[in-house]
Write a protein that binds this ligand. Sequence first.
Ligand code: FBP
Length: 415
Amino acid sequence: MEPQEAAVEGTTLSQYLLNVARERVNSLEGEVRHSVPDTLFAKRGGQDGVLDLVTLLQSIKLAIKSVGSLVRSAGIPGSGVTVPQERGKEGDIANGSRLLCQELNAHANQIWINALLYSQRSCVLVSEELPDPVIVQEDMQGKYAVVFDPLTGLSDPPAQNMGAIFGIFRQLSGGNPGIVDVMQPARNLVAAGYALYGACTVLMFSAGYGAQQFVLDTSLNEFILTEPNVTLPYSGAIYSINEGYAAEYDSETQEMLKCLKAEPAMDGRSRTCRYIGSMVADIHRTFKKGGIFMYPPHQRGFPNGRLKLLYEAGPMAYLVSQAGGQASTGTEHIIDIVPDSIHTRVPVFLGSEDDVNFATGFYNKKAPWGRSDQDPMFMLRRTLSREEKKRELPKSNTPRASDVVDDGIIAFHIG
Ligand code: FBP
């Protein structure tokens, strides 16, 4: 049985992880052991390696559930997270909300750090909330480096579409763990995911076998698999960007936005804009409905874009690739970029293949369509190219994770 076949709707996250792990061990034992792609477990670790990663993921699951319940009760007197009255300016709701967010953020970070340390399966931790990596003390070390943003989307008041993002790398160095273990491109991730604390808690996850969606069943307090093979539509009608910065985007971005709005989506629908201001929520909608999420550079404080490569853009790029979509900075695949520091920021264009190709064509002269203002054939070539693509599309209109193995998209961890 292929690992993807272990993904059956209704399975719990714990069962799913063990199923995939077991299938991987079986395939190792049954086939030529050293030539089988190594994804879910340590190369030399065999069964133990599988269980190490499963144990680490169980701790992450616990952190997500704990933060989720904090988010839901934050601000309620007597709950774990409140703002001491003397710190908020009386009557200033915005200030109170900002302080509450800070409290929540600090709690969420501590919950993740504790969960990862006590799993005893990690060696280096990078959190958005900490300036430096945490090197786990020797007697608690495992072989995985974990990067995470414990609570994102805090530009909105609490309890509105916050989320968490994480990625897991295998330790690179054989010896003492260090920063080098996280300076890897997202292509090297062995697993990644995001949690969205919305009306329900959703977990989007991948360990290299496509993307799966789980929803927290609060009566069981367990994540249940609801979508075994999440696939991004090839094209969509929704674009997601903070248009408040329109005047501060560079000329390519402004031109791209103008053209995007002027032209209908591939299926003829008019474009529509949605922007929540929480990347997890905006990207989750993109997974479901297709289209594009963008955070380009702008001159109101973020000349390289706002989102961080290691623990925001990278894991999202890995997930979106596993679901048949694309993620680019405009000129490079995000999944291939080696970070030059742990908090490096990158521009992000992520979502349906057709829409990402369209947007990035304005930045990259090597992209198929060139820039509209320099190329009078721009619209014509774009239309022709899309017509060809339409004819090629399978009936489902979406590439399946299993279809892209030959492109090397799934086979990240070989060799
Ligand atoms: P932080 O880097 O401060 O965590 O902000 C991240 C974020 O909240 C994303 O989740 C979201 O997409 C973006 O910032 C919104 O930024 P803006 O308010 O500039 O549109």
